[in-house]
Design a protein around this ligand. Structure first.
Ligand code: ZN
Length: 182
């Protein structure tokens, strides 16, 4: 799935926080955006879908920090909870997409995301056929709608920008490997 889809999913988790506790809207949104993006930094360092993808550990950390944030609400704990929840959701949902290959529609890779506690790769489920598939864009759009309504200012601008970016990427997705010369 596209990073915009993961960010939109993270912001969907932050939306109820913004509605219930507007004072924590900003840390919740920042945590969600960072958590949605961070795992895919391993595209550039380490092994993609393994080095910074932790479906289990991020989620456990997210549940723990969310519990702590409910007991002792504060901007840092709220931001940390949304960060870990969004990163966990990102890592887990990569399982539902394609493998870690440059042309995922060819389905030659069996590696969707690495499950560290099991020391094994989860096989792609192809519910979203590949990142930048039309259904992936639809998911970005649908997941982002509540955030565009709830948040304002630069967060709303970021979400709208993300939707436009996702749309452009979806249009050219299949030509990207050519452009990269691979
Ligand atoms: Zn990912």
């Amino acid at each position: 799935m596209m990073v915009t889809t993961h960010v939109a999913a993270g912001l969907l988790l932050a939306t109820p926080v913004a509605v219930v506790a507007p004072a924590f809207a900003l840390p919740a949104a920042v945590g969600a955006v960072l958590g949605g993006v961070l795992p895919d930094v391993d595209l550039f360092v380490g092994v993609h879908r393994k080095t910074l993808h932790f479906p289990v550990y991020y989620s456990v950390a997210g549940a723990a920090t969310a519990g702590a944030a409910l007991l002792a609400p504060g901007p840092f704990l709220v931001g940390a909870a949304l960060f870990f929840l969004a990163a966990g959701f990102h890592s887990a949902s990569d399982w539902l997409g394609a493998g870690d290959e440059l042309r995922p529609w060819e389905r030659t890779s069996q590696r969707a995301v690495y499950l560290h506690p099991r020391r094994a790769w989860l096989r792609p489920r192809y519910l979203i056929r590949y990142d930048g598939a039309p259904e992936d864009f639809a998911l970005t759009f649908v997941l982002a709608v509540p955030a565009t309504v709830t948040f304002d200012g630069w967060i709303r601008a970021l979400v709208v920008g993300g939707i436009l970016l996702a749309f452009g990427y979806t249009l050219v997705r299949k030509r990207v490997p050519e452009w990269l010369g691979v």
